[in-house]
Design a protein around this ligand. Structure first.
Ligand SMILES: Cc1ncc(COP(=O)(O)O)c(C=O)c1O
Length: 401
């Protein structure tokens, strides 16, 4: 009898197995009785505002909210997304044709290559990069060319180092600023250069702006769509997950070029029936509040305070880490270890040994691509007290105590 495997080879190409490994290390640490401080996954630890939660529960009680969302136009959410884009970035969008609602931006990112490319096409991705980018290409049979993001270039891609033949072959180039995992930001001058280059070669620019409301030290991360004429050449992903603490309430949107937005909408019309209407109602309230309530602190405020406290505490412990400019992540070069093992200290080895010894979960940089080796990513998703406690435990680990 022939062996049936019931598992596609494609699954093995989906992202790094390191996340599963980290989960297994964590489980073992829990079983060994350690008190876990999980700074692994970037899921906000705060709830949405009371008004957002009320909108969700009110809508959930309505009897007319349980049809397939696709049976309605879904236009109100998109209109509010357009109003917010105008308010926040001064970008004008046609809600009907230049915005598509997503079940979180992950949904759009996962399906993007399938909507835009054919098997054998090619796209340019950052290394390190958020894992779904490469997974989306693997699902669609699209070739991936990686652009290294290195410290010597300010963690920006060297656009002129990409060979012309790659620019000519690429369907799209995907970038993400504020960046996960690196936590750097881009300015409009960079986006202008990127768009010029992309225009010369007929390449679509895809920008992932999931962390738009998480700039620190007064930084307001820009939208690529602010560049005049960008809509001819670009689309941008937005997420309510981090901006409004709605990660479990799956909603986001893609905005920009009509043809690319339309392609994703057409693909999704064949795959899902849209975002649960009460979630759309909650999303509308989150966007309305952001527009009308100038007193409402931005999501980044909390993480900026945590960054300051955590980095100070780490410095006291002898680990001096570069300060992130945005997001909820610290992208840290490996600590100055004061003891040795029989194998070299890699990002994976340090993360594993640190978790075993301290109960503090961090993600090895290698999980985001080969350029992530030499770093760990630390998510600021615990209280200030717990972050200080984590820093002290890490200090003892570095000293081998
Ligand atoms: C860079 C980036 N893009 C997209 C997402 C997906 O966000 P969501 O699907 O919750 O909108 C994340 C989540 O962590 C992210 O870090």
């Amino acid at each position: 009898m022939s062996q049936t495997k019931w598992r596609s080879d494609r699954l093995s190409q989906l992202g790094s197995s390191i996340f599963a490994e980290v989960a297994a290390w964590k489980l073992a640490a829990v079983e060994s009785g350690l008190d876990i401080i999980d700074l692994g996954i970037g899921s906000p630890d705060q709830p949405p505002t009371p008004a957002v939660r009320l909108a969700l529960s009110d809508a959930a009680l309505r009897s007319d909210m349980y049809a397939y969302p696709a049976t309605r136009s879904g236009l109100p959410f998109r209109q509010h997304a357009a109003a917010w884009m105008k308010h926040r970035f001064n970008v004008e969008l046609d809600a009907a044709s230049e915005i598509v609602t997503l079940l979180g931006s992950q949904d759009g990112l996962a399906h993007l290559a399938m909507a835009l490319c054919d098997p054998g096409d090619m796209a340019l991705l950052p290394n390190p990069g958020y894992p779904i980018y490469a997974a989306s290409l693997a699902l669609a049979g699209v070739e991936c060319k990686l652009m290294p993001l290195r410290e010597e270039n300010g963690y920006m891609p060297d656009l002129d180092a990409i060979p012309d033949e790659d620019w000519d072959k690429a369907t799209f180039i995907l970038l993400n600023y504020p960046n996960n995992p690196i936590s750097t930001v881009a300015d409009l001058a960079f986006f202008e250069r990127l768009l010029d280059k992309a225009r010369q070669h007929g390449v679509l620019v895809v920008h992932d702006l999931a962390y738009s409301e998480m700039g620190f030290d007064g930084c307001e991360p820009p939208s690529i769509l602010e560049v005049p004429g960008a809509i001819e050449q670009a689309v941008e992903f937005h997420s309510l997950s981090k901006s409004f603490n709605m990660a479990g309430c799956r909603i986001g949107f893609l905005a920009g070029n009509k043809a690319a937005v339309g392609a994703l909408r057409e693909l999704k019309a064949n795959i899902d029936y849209g975002v649960f209407d009460p979630i759309q109602e909650a999303g509308i309230v989150a966007l309305q509040e952001a527009i009308s309530n100038t007193e409402l602190p931005k999501a980044g405020k909390l993480y900026e305070q945590r960054r300051n406290i955590f980095l100070d505490a780490l410095r006291t412990e002898g680990w001096d880490v570069a300060a992130p400019k945005a997001t909820m992540f610290v992208w840290a070069q490996l600590p100055p270890m004061q003891w040795t093992m029989d194998v070299p200290w890699t990002s994976r080895r340090i993360s594993q040994e640190m978790l075993k010894a301290t109960g503090v979960v961090v993600v090895p940089g290698e999980a985001f691509g080969s350029e992530g080796e030499g770093y760990v990513r630390i998510a600021l998703v615990e209280s200030e007290e717990r972050l200080q406690e984590a820093a002290q435990r890490i200090g003892r680990f570095i000293r081998g105590q």
